[in-house]
Design a protein around this ligand. Structure first.
Ligand code: ADP
Ligand code: ZN
Length: 721
């Protein structure tokens, strides 16, 4: 079939495809990447299908400018893009942009040209030319740009020397994106439970779509289990995607992969350089990469032959993308697996309530690893009741925990103090008038960051030096910190244990991922005695010398009114405590809390995970919250409070009548002002088996349109609500 007209989706915020004529001599197929004009611009778009001539219109159609030399987008990926756009109410163009943007420099890569010394000295010698000859005297090949830089000359000088034959040029072949992993490089000996789970996964590789929950306690060897499925998938010559919540922190994982398979996998995350990105993108499309470890956006890569998807730490909130297209990578991984007819493996020691319910219902097959590998015990956990056993005023580590840390230091073991709060203090107030320092753009307090000597807003990034006088009462040096952040905790630790080698691990303290990776390795190697950290340390790390975990404020996450607060807190505390004793098997955990009788604390202390899920599932069922009902949110924001609120009201009034759907609000969003924009939220609730995306689409098609500074964001399945 030759197409005369094609429908092309263009990566801009539009849902529809545009029709173009195919010029004579060009043959196009669905999935081809083409250059097309749209308005005053030219875009790289993707042929979605055949266009249909409409009488009278044909002559007005523009021509496709060119077919680009880029691997075409396979049908499976195009279907996935359609699906995600339809579900999230993101426009197809925006979703396509996520798939293409990654390839940034679409089109064949510019060849990298190197130069080296070849022929006779140039006829005319200049100082600049002499410097080049000097720099290249070793006879080695360098990139043109490097040679110019080294010699301190312009590219023109190099070109001149090439013309004269003094330098010769060579094409430098690109390095392979990743070497081929060897499934038999280093075969493990699996425990019985691991073996059963691994066999089940391997068998699933032959059988189309299926979903699994590898449900193993911390340290049970979940990774080892899914590595076996990956090994078989490599043997079949098919590609594997491993999603990780925080790809920047995965050094240990990469090392383990290398130990098992002999080489590192390809990586995909936002910090890849653009050249590497483009190369990885193409290599994946051409099946030159067999295993990709990536952040959520890796779901949109153009796999040539995807055979298996793993979602590690599937419960992690970082899987939800909260800007642009709001999607949950775990859920979309299931969709992608469905479309590709391949197994999807979710792994967690603390599954999300959604996944736990799916496993209980049998929709996901549960593969249980109930014990730590090697029979190590799970950590022993106890509560420190802050009402009766708390620390003295303005101190944050209770005497019992101080003693435990002391003991750990004596035994030359590591201790981790966990506090999920960056900075020095979450609030700063004037001692004489009570004035609190707040952000000028947001509805939020400024957080004291002493290491940087700034007060910082965590929502918009606004910062200022600590004021010398109170802006309200003019008192001098009257500001005092209220409550602890990790930096303040370190101060206390330094006073208590001046000899100990301490480190603060908090995302804001590292300029680069590399630095952070180094420090984490330092912790694993035992170069620090006391680690003070935010949630950064909760995620999947294996610190062999760590036996004691102290949770400084276990109640922190429970305070806000979010219905998911209990689940989140349970997961975080369980994961953090699970860092203890992974090697020795006698880990210990302390929870500092004001409410030791809270179901979350009780479940953590008793280790009775099922009890927590039972309670939480029953409460979700009773209230109709997910996964027993569905939710969507619309956030309306704008520069003027009154205008924003009244628009949100009009929007609510325009919602279609449907007795199974409830529209709640508008109410002020949890953060009512961000970056100087007022935010109002509508919450939409429906029964479980209801097509909420469809309802929302119908509503928004006929609702009043935003104007001026007003903006509307739709979030299907919001994670905080
Ligand atoms: P999880 O991801 O379930 O927390 P890991 O996969 O990180 O657990 O395993 C915990 C530790 O046990 C790691 O150090 C891992 O190397 C080790 N381990 C797990 N299974 C095996 C095995 N079959 N053989 C050798 N070591 C194993
Ligand atoms: Zn702010």
């Amino acid at each position: 079939m030759t197409m005369k007209i094609v429908d092309v989706v263009v990566p801009v915020a539009l849902d529809r495809a545009y029709s173009y004529r195919v010029p004579a001599g060009m043959t196009l197929a669905p999935g081809d990447v083409v250059a097309v004009p749209l308005g005053p611009n030219e875009y790289a778009g993707v042929v979605w299908g055949e266009g249909h001539p409409r009488p009278g219109l044909h002559n007005k159609l523009k021509d496709v400018d060119a077919k680009l030399d880029v691997p075409p987008l396979r049908e499976e990926l195009r279907q996935f893009i359609d699906w995600v756009a339809d579900y999230t109410l993101g426009s197809r163009g925006t979703v396509l942009n996520m798939a293409l943007r990654m390839g940034q420099h679409l089109g064949p890569e510019r060849e990298r040209v190197g130069v080296r010394l070849a022929g006779p000295k140039p006829q005319r010698m200049t100082a600049a030319r002499a410097r080049v000859l000097n720099a290249l005297a070793d006879g080695m090949t360098r990139l043109k740009s490097e040679a110019a830089q080294e010699a301190g000359v312009s590219a023109g000088v190099i070109d001149g020397l090439i013309d004269e034959g003094t330098l010769e040029t060579l094409v430098i072949p690109p390095e392979a994106v990743a070497k081929v992993p060897d499934p038999d490089h280093n075969l493990p000996e699996l425990s019985d439970a691991q073996n059963v789970a691994a066999q089940t996964l391997k068998e699933a590789l032959n059988g189309g779509f299926s979903a699994f929950l590898v449900d193993g306690v911390t340290g049970s060897g979940k990774t080892e289990v899914y590595f076996e499925a990956i090994a078989d998938n490599i043997r079949k010559g098919r590609q594997t995607l491993i999603l990780m919540p925080e790809i920047a922190l995965t050094t240990q994982f990469l090392n383990r992969f290398e130990a098992r398979f002999g080489v590192r996998p390809a990586e995909w995350h936002s910090q890849l350089g653009s050249r590497k990105r483009a190369r990885t993108w193409s290599a994946i499309a051409q099946n030159e990469v067999s295993v990709i470890v990536g952040a959520r956006s890796a779901l949109f890569l153009p796999y040539a032959d995807l055979g298996l998807i793993i979602v590690d730490e599937e419960h992690d909130p970082a899987y939800k993308q909260e800007d642009g297209v709001h999607y949950h990578a775990r859920d979309m991984a299931i969709v992608r697996g469905h479309l590709a007819k391949i197994p999807v493996v979710l792994a967690s020691a603390t599954p999300s309530v959604e996944t736990e319910v799916n496993a209980r219902r049998g929709r996901y097959k549960r593969l249980a690893l109930p014990e730590r590998f090697g029979g190590q015990h799970l950590p022993h956990i106890e509560a420190i009741d802050l009402r009766t056993e708390g620390p003295p005023r303005n101190r944050f580590i209770a005497p019992m925990l101080v003693e435990a840390v002391k003991l750990a230091l004596e035994k030359k073991e590591q201790a981790l103090l966990f506090l999920n709060r960056r900075g020095y203090a979450p609030l700063t107030l004037c001692r004489s008038c009570g004035y609190r320092l707040a952000c000028q753009n947001c509805d939020a307090w400024l957080v004291d960051h002493r290491f940087k000597r700034r007060l910082v807003c965590h929502h918009c990034g606004f910062s200022m030096p600590p004021p010398a006088v109170c802006p309200k009462c003019d008192a001098k040096d009257s500001f005092a910190p209220v409550g602890p952040g990790v930096e303040r905790l370190q101060e206390e630790v330094a006073n208590l244990f001046p000899e100990a080698r301490t480190i603060v691990l908090s995302s804001d303290l590292f300029e680069s991922v590399e630095r952070l990776r180094e420090e984490l390795e330092g912790v694993a190697e035992g170069r620090f005695d006391i680690i003070i950290g935010t949630q950064l340390v909760a995620k999947g790390h294996h610190f062999p010398k760590l036996n004691l975990v102290g949770i400084v404020d276990a109640d922190l996450g429970l305070a806000n009114g979010d219905p998911r607060a209990a689940e989140r807190t349970f997961q975080l505390l369980h994961q953090v405590a699970g860092r203890a004793g992974r090697e020795t098997g006698y880990g210990q955990g302390f929870l500092q809390t004001h409410q030791p009788e809270h179901p979350v604390m009780r479940a953590i202390i008793s280790g009775d995970r099922a009890a927590f899920y039972d309670t939480e599932i029953a409460s979700r069922e009773a209230t109709g919250y997910p996964p027993f009902g569905r939710l969507a949110a619309i956030v309306v924001s704008g520069g003027d409070r009154h205008e924003t609120e009244s628009f949100a009201r009009k929007l609510a009034a325009a919602s279609p009548l449907d007795e199974s759907v409830r529209v709640l609000g508008p109410a002020e969003a949890p953060l009512a002002v961000v970056r100087g924009r007022y935010r109002f939220r509508l919450l939409i609730k429906s029964p479980r088996n209801y097509d909420l995306s469809h309802f929302m689409r119908g509503w928004l098609a006929h609702a009043p349109k935003t104007r001026g500074s007003l903006k509307l964001e739709v979030d299907i399945d919001p994670q905080s609500f």
